[in-house]
Write a protein that binds this ligand. Structure first.
Ligand code: NOJ
Length: 547
């Protein structure tokens, strides 16, 4: 593997910039309207040129795609709509040759109702060993489910089947929860990890990493406003139970078996929407997972005070356990940050907002946010299309909505499709080079995306893409921009975030309502907006080098 970065290979994950590919929507090589593995392969040179360290690929396994692939029916193969295992092997080899690592998604809390083990459990009947791989229970008297637990996509978390029993699904009814108290489930996932590590992947992003262990006494959750709470309170019977840490420690030991291979350490990143940061820090103790997404920055308003607080408590709680921070602005579950930042206040992270949006303002802030994210200590994730400044598509027609949230909420929550619209690569009209034009993209692309294509931005030195490329190049060159510490400038005025990183690097973000005079004796390495008369404009960021 080539190692383009100046930082030690063994520590690559501590400050890696990881690019998230949502395979359905990234690039469609076979022209059927759905992205695929060969589409990703074709775009590897683009990603290498962008300057990222690793690619995380959202689930690519066989799946009925009732939750976009987070409903897995076979953990050891590739969805035929996306390609073959041979394609995946080629992708891993080619990415490595270009100096990029590959992370894939592990979905351990649940599978698809099309998984053979779940089908066998339905067939086998009450009390069978097959059913014990999942959470099958009799209901309460009066035809009630075993508990009042809510499902994440709306409605209750239990589904009744023909023989009267109920099975647990914390997400869609098509996603039955595995029973992690059964050693066969534990062993099955050990084997899945090894299957993919042996194929050469560099790590896993762990889906809902705080959810696998359940309180087997099945207590109800308290009510909030008359409804079962969705809060992940301490003691919640299905989130952040102590047993999840046993699973993560076991997986860390497996990853560590590969630590001395020439490829370098195999790593994990946890997806766990947990606050406060001290709870999340438990997942990244030295014998557990390597990193965990920090979603508090993503949830923070465009406010210097709020962002600084979040950055401080995140880094402090993670550094206390020796883990690096992992920053995220958007992903396939949230409204794209160009759109969020284009509103006065960040609106709900899921679903379309009714509050008017100023996309020019959103883009300007997204540029500044990119420089902030990429200057912070630790690792950073870029969601596909963020480097192009894509907005959320908030006007998808109802008939194309695919997210299970739409149905499960009784058509009240539109869901996450607006951030999953296929990527515009080139050309002046849909499908913008996403596919060959034979099959229509699985979600329609807006008619006004021609200026946003990668092709259109590639030759424009002021484009969003050009900003990302410059930032990533400078990040690799600057020794200061690894997994070190930051020091705030205590004399920065309210509304201005200003911090230094040793040696000799400073990042300033102006969230105030007037331009900010930059310090002298510095050289501008990169700015999100032009600097005139030594002043940083409002809603802009700059990287400076001390002279
Ligand atoms: C988190 C994933 O990011 C999301 O897309 C999915 O719906 C849920 N986990 C359930 O797997």
């Amino acid at each position: 593997m080539t190692e383009a970065s100046t930082r030690p290979a063994a520590d690559w994950w501590r400050s890696a910039v990881v690019y998230q590919v949502y395979p359905r929507s990234f690039a469609d090589a076979d022209g059927d309207g759905t992205g695929d593995v060969n589409g990703i392969r074709a775009r590897l040179p683009y990603l290498a040129e962008l300057g990222i360290d690793a690619i995380w690929i959202s689930p690519w396994y066989p799946s009925p795609l009732l939750d976009g692939g987070y409903d897995v029916s076979d953990y050891r193969d590739i969805n035929p709509e996306f390609g073959t295992l041979a394609d995946a092997d080629a992708l891993i080899t080619e990415a490595h040759a270009l100096g990029m690592r590959i992370l894939i998604d592990l979905v351990p809390n649940h599978c698809s109702w099309e998984h053979p083990a779940f089908k066998a459990a339905l067939e086998a009947g009450k009390g069978s060993p097959e059913r014990d791989l999942f959470w099958f229970r009799d209901g309460k008297e009066g035809g009630l489910p075993p508990t009042n637990w809510p499902a994440a996509f709306g409605g209750g978390a239990w589904q009744q089947i023909d023989d009267g029993q109920w099975y647990l699904h914390m997400f869609d009814i098509s996603q039955p929860d595995w029973n992690w108290d059964n050693p066969k489930v534990v062993e099955e996932f050990d084997s899945i990890l090894r299957f993919w590590f042996d194929r050469g992947i560099d790590g896993f992003r762990i889906d809902v990493a705080d959810s696998m262990a359940k309180d087997a006494s099945l207590p109800d959750v308290p009510l909030a406003d008359g409804e079962p709470t969705r809060d992940k309170y301490v003691g919640n019977p299905f989130y952040d139970q102590p047993g999840v840490h046993d699973i993560h420690q076991r997986w860390r030991a497996i990853a560590d078996e590969y630590a001395d291979s020439p490829q370098g350490p195999r790593v994990f990143v946890a997806e766990a929407w947990l606050s406060p940061a001290e709870r999340l820090a438990q997942y990244v103790r030295p014998n557990e997972l390597h990193s965990a997404f920090n979603f508090d920055v993503l949830r923070a308003a465009w406010s210097a005070k709020e962002l600084r607080q979040v950055i401080d408590y995140t880094t402090e709680s993670l550094w206390a356990v020796g883990a690096p921070a992992t920053w995220v602005l958007s992903n396939h579950d949230t409204v794209r940050h160009r759109t969020r930042y284009g509103r006065d206040q960040q609106q709900a992270l899921e679903g379309a907002g009714v509050v008017p949006v100023d996309l020019a303002l959103g883009l300007r802030r997204a540029r500044a946010a990119a420089l902030l994210e990429l200057a912070l200590p630790g690792g950073a994730y870029i969601y596909q299309g963020d480097e192009l400044g894509l907005p959320e598509v908030e006007d998808l027609p109802e008939e194309v909505l695919d997210d299970p949230t739409w149905e499960r909420s009784g058509h009240t929550v539109r869901g996450r499709d607006g951030c999953r619209v296929p990527i515009p690569w080139s050309g002046s009209e849909p499908p913008y080079g996403f596919g060959t034009g034979e099959g229509q993209p699985w979600l329609p692309q807006p008619a006004d995306w021609a200026p946003l294509t990668a092709e259109a931005q590639a030759t424009d030195p002021d484009s969003h893409l050009a900003l990302y490329k410059s930032a990533l190049r400078i990040r690799r060159e600057q020794e200061a921009l690894g997994d070190g510490r930051l020091a705030w400038d205590t004399d920065a005025p309210d509304g201005v975030l200003s911090f230094t990183r040793d040696p000799g690097f400073r990042c300033v973000v102006n969230l105030a309502d007037e331009p900010f005079e930059l310090p002298g004796d510095t050289e501008v390495l990169l700015s999100s907006e032009p600097i005139t008369n030594g002043e940083l404009p409002v809603d802009a960021a700059v990287w400076l080098k001390s002279l």
